[in-house]
Design a binder for this molecule. Structure first.
Ligand code: PRT
Ligand code: MG
Length: 212
C-alpha cells in the first residue's frame, strides 16, 4: 500500500492529471467529502488530506510515503528525511515582499533602517534578509498577511503572490521577488528504500506528465 499526502485545493486539483496518467482516480472529492483518507480505484494507493504545510512532516515520518508540496512548505520544513525527485511545475506563484504604495521600502533598505516584516514564512524571510544584509523584526502570522501593513502591525509582508489580485485589493505593491515557487513530488527516505518497486514507476509516469 502506498499513501500519498496532498492538501486540498489547488495542489489536489493540479495533481489529478498526474494520477490520471498513472490510471489512478480518487473515489472522493476532498472539497465535498469530510473524509481525510480517500481511497482510489487502485486498492494499493490511498490519499491522506492534510494542511499544505504539514505534507512534508507526514512524509518525513513515514505516515505518508509520498506527497506533493510547495517549495514554500518544503523550504520552511527544511527537507530532512525527504527526497525531492521531481518539480511538477504546478501551483506556481512567487514569494514576494509587498508593502503599502506610499511606504518607501527601497530607500529604507538602502539606508539600513530596521524593518518590521509580518509573515507566515519565517525561514524564507530570515534567510532572505540575512542574505541581503538588512535588519528586520519578523512577526509571525498564520494567515491574512495582507492586513498587517494596513492595520499598522508591520511595514511590509513576505507572502506568496500568484495573480496579484489580493495585493491590489488591499492597496499593496510588490517591491521584491524573493523566489519562484512551484510544487514538488516528495518521497520519504524510508519509503524510497522499502517501496522502491512501487514508487519508481509512479515517478517515471509523473515525470512524463510534467508540463514545462
Ligand atoms: O491555506 P492553508 O493555510 O491551509 O495553507 P496554504 O495557503 O499554504 O495552502 P494552499 O492550499 O492555499 O496552497 C498550497 C500551495 O499552493 C502553497 O504552499 C503554494 O506553494 C501554492 N500557491 C500557489 C499558493 C498560491 N499560488 C497563492 N496565491 N499559495 C497561496 N496563495 C495565496 C497567497 O498566500 C495570498 O494570500 O493566495 C493569495 C494571493 O493570491 P493572488 O492570486 O491574489 O496573488
Ligand atoms: Mg491558503
Amino acid at each position: 500500500m502506498i499513501t500519498l499526502a496532498l492538501s486540498k485545493g489547488r495542489i489536489f486539483t493540479e495533481t489529478l492529471p498526474f494520477l490520471a496518467a498513472a490510471g489512478i482516480y480518487p473515489l472522493e472529492d476532498p472539497e465535498t467529502s469530510r473524509k481525510l483518507i480517500i481511497g482510489t480505484n487502485n486498492p494499493d494507493l490511498r490519499i491522506v488530506v492534510v494542511r499544505a504545510s504539514d505534507v512534508p512532516t507526514y512524509v518525513q515520518y513515514g505516515a505518508a510515503d509520498m506527497g506533493v508540496a510547495g517549495k514554500d512548505s518544503l523550504y520552511e520544513h527544511g527537507g530532512s528525511g525527504l527526497y525531492i525527485p521531481l518539480d511538477l511545475n504546478i501551483a506556481k506563484c512567487r514569494m514576494c515582499v509587498a508593502c503599502p504604495r506610499d511606504f518607501d521600502y527601497r530607500s529604507k533598505v538602502r539606508r539600513g533602517a530596521r524593518l518590521r516584516i509580518a509573515t507566515k514564512y519565517m525561514k524564507y524571510s530570515r534567510d532572505y534578509y540575512a542574505r541581503i544584509g538588512v535588519h528586520v523584526d519578523l512577526i509571525k502570522l498564520y494567515g491574512s498577511m495582507e492586513l498587517a501593513p494596513i492595520a499598522g502591525l508591520s511595514d511590509a509582508i513576505v507572502d506568496l503572490v500568484s495573480t496579484g489580485a489580493t495585493l491590489k485589493a488591499n492597496d499593496l505593491v510588490e517591491v521584491e521577488t524573493i523566489d519562484h515557487v512551484s510544487s514538488r513530488l516528495i518521497v520519504g527516505q524510508t519509503a524510497m528504500k522499502l517501496k522502491r518497486q512501487e514508487i519508481l514507476p509512479l515517478i517515471e509516469i509523473f515525470e512524463k506528465t510534467v508540463k514545462k
